[in-house]
Write a protein that binds this ligand. Structure first.
Ligand code: ADQ
Length: 488
């Protein structure tokens, strides 16, 4: 990693993301701000308060533009700032937001990018709303931005925004990060021609475009070539008067936070409680409710394990926690009821009055319970059928200060490119999942430690702070690289 002092920046950092960095709760005319503890918020904070010296020298707060769940009237005259962030809410009418966020983003882009084209819904009203919403984010940014500010746009809700910024503020450095898989061209081309063009050109307004893996980078470069006729030299796309750098930045987690949590008394309690009340072997999984997470396939894999390896009956507990998500969308409600039924069937087919094979919880978990389960379990079973990165597997590895435990990981998660010491499975193959559990239960401790050490070292070295530093280093070095490229 470069020393971050090389990348000093005197402007402010402006983040544009669909969500604001805190939840705004209004009670009796008083506003309270609850800062999210999510990865992006802590990653961004590290840019202004980094151990090696801040990347941003400006003493001003980080400016954050995001959609407001509160109405304009509710927020009128209120200060939306805490010690780190100044928020600038974007107000979007319910009608536009439904077609934009639930429609274009979650009924079209999300299923396409996760290789579920049959779930994708194409609707002109969706794209119209997507353009309107991106424009609303731009208008807010336009009020806020000053010369020298650096803008970092996040994710698939804002693909048109980088070019809007480029048109009016060409001198402000702009980065864009795509958090979900960028699909192969055969999938991307399912979008109507005008939409594909608009999305690719919108993203190319950025100076640096980031994806999680080299595969996604390659797929994007191919789409840019076929959609907009723009060739690339290695990771660079030449736009005549400037270049765009397209590269892989595998997002990470706060390694130290998860590692240190191992000894936190609340975590120790939760771990002891789990080990005391569950069977001798514990399998754990946790994810948002989503068809991309492979929850049903995971259950089928566990069912096959119980069928083929009966020696583990009454000796294994599979704790599966699913956090509610997008439950207003019909497909998600259907998925929830499929999960309920499958869990019920497996428990009644195999369980008895002393043993329930699957303990299923549909709720969010407090952090100490989460790490308690990460560190109590023998196996983390992470089987998305498609996932941009997947942070749960990295959190599991970082939590295992005891250097034990086995990660079973889907080859379809972006994280599989970095965590080769996991037991890598095909999430659609239930026999593969069953065999991996059997292998994990029989794995000697020395082998567990060897695999864990290698994965822990990698995440320790490339944690979420290294990720942000890496992205901003590339942004600052771009002009220099442009000069070098001209000489090639
Ligand atoms: P997500 O699809 O949300 O993120 P993931 O990366 O696994 O998926 O992150 C989920 C986060 O939520 C983790 O930090 C996890 O601990 C937490 N979580 C999940 N279930 C929980 C529960 N029941 N209770 C409490 N916490 C829970 C998207 C992409 C990913 C990409 C990230 C970051 O889909 O592929 O890794 O963005 O870029």
């Amino acid at each position: 990693m470069e020393n971050s002092n090389q990348q000093e920046n005197n402007g402010r950092l402006i983040i544009v993301a669909y969500r604001l960095p805190f939840k705004i709760i209004r009670e009796n005319d008083q506003i309270q701000l609850f800062q999210n503890s999510g990865g992006l918020v802590s990653a961004v904070l590290s840019l202004v308060a980094n151990q090696n010296g801040p990347v941003f020298q400006s003493t001003e707060k980080i400016q954050w533009i995001g959609f407001s769940e509160n109405s304009r009237e509710e927020l009128e005259g209120q200060s939306l700032a805490n010690e780190s962030f100044q928020a600038h809410p974007v107000f979007i009418s319910d009608e536009v937001n439904e077609n934009y966020y639930e429609g274009f983003c979650n009924n079209l882009i999300w299923p396409l990018c996760h290789y579920f084209p049959s779930l994708a819904r194409f609707d002109d009203a969706y794209f119209e709303a997507y353009q309107i919403a991106n424009q609303l984010f731009f208008e807010k940014l336009d009020e806020v931005i000053r010369p020298g500010d650096v803008v970092w746009v996040q994710d698939y809700q804002l693909m048109l925004l980088p070019d809007m910024i480029r048109q009016k503020h060409p001198d402000n450095k702009t980065g864009f990060f795509f958090h979900i898989p960028f699909p192969s061209y055969e999938i991307f081309r399912l979008l109507p021609v005008t939409w594909r063009k608009a999305l690719v050109n919108g993203m190319l307004g950025a100076d640096v475009l980031g994806f999680h893996t080299n595969d996604y980078v390659e797929y994007f470069l191919k789409s840019a070539r076929l959609v907009s006729g723009l060739g690339n030299k290695l990771h660079y796309i030449n736009m005549s008067n400037r270049i765009v750098k397209v590269d892989a930045f595998p997002i990470s987690i706060d390694f130290a936070k998860f590692n240190d949590a191992f000894d936190d008394p609340a975590v120790v309690n939760a771990r002891d409680e789990a080990r005391h009340s569950l069977k001798e072997k514990i399998i754990f999984s946790v994810d948002r409710l989503d068809y991309s997470k492979g929850i049903i396939h995971r259950l089928k894999g566990f069912e096959r394990f119980l069928e083929r390896y009966s020696e583990w009956h009454e000796k294994v507990s599979f704790v599966m926690v699913v956090v509610p998500s997008r439950d207003s969308i019909e497909q998600y409600q259907q998925m929830k009821s499929d999960i309920d039924q499958t869990v019920g069937k497996i428990n009644s087919d195999y369980g008895n009055i002393y043993w329930q094979p699957i303990i299923y919880q549909y709720r969010s978990m407090p952090n100490h319970e989460l790490v308690g389960m990460y560190t109590a379990s023998d196996v983390a079973l992470i089987t998305p059928v498609r996932d941009g990165m997947n942070l749960v597997c990295k959190e599991y590895v970082a939590s295992r200060k005891d250097r034990k435990g086995i990660l079973i990981l889907s080859e379809m998660a972006g994280a599989a490119a970095e965590l080769g010491e996991a037991l890598i499975i095909n999430p659609l193959d239930k026999q593969d999942i069953a065999d991996a559990i059997q292998k994990a239960f029989n794995m000697p401790e020395e082998e567990q430690t060897k695999r864990m050490d290698a994965m822990r070292e990698r995440i320790r070295n490339y944690d979420v702070f290294a990720w942000t530093n890496d992205f901003f280093t590339q942004m600052t070095m771009l002009e220099h690289e442009h000069e070098k490229l001209k000489q090639v």
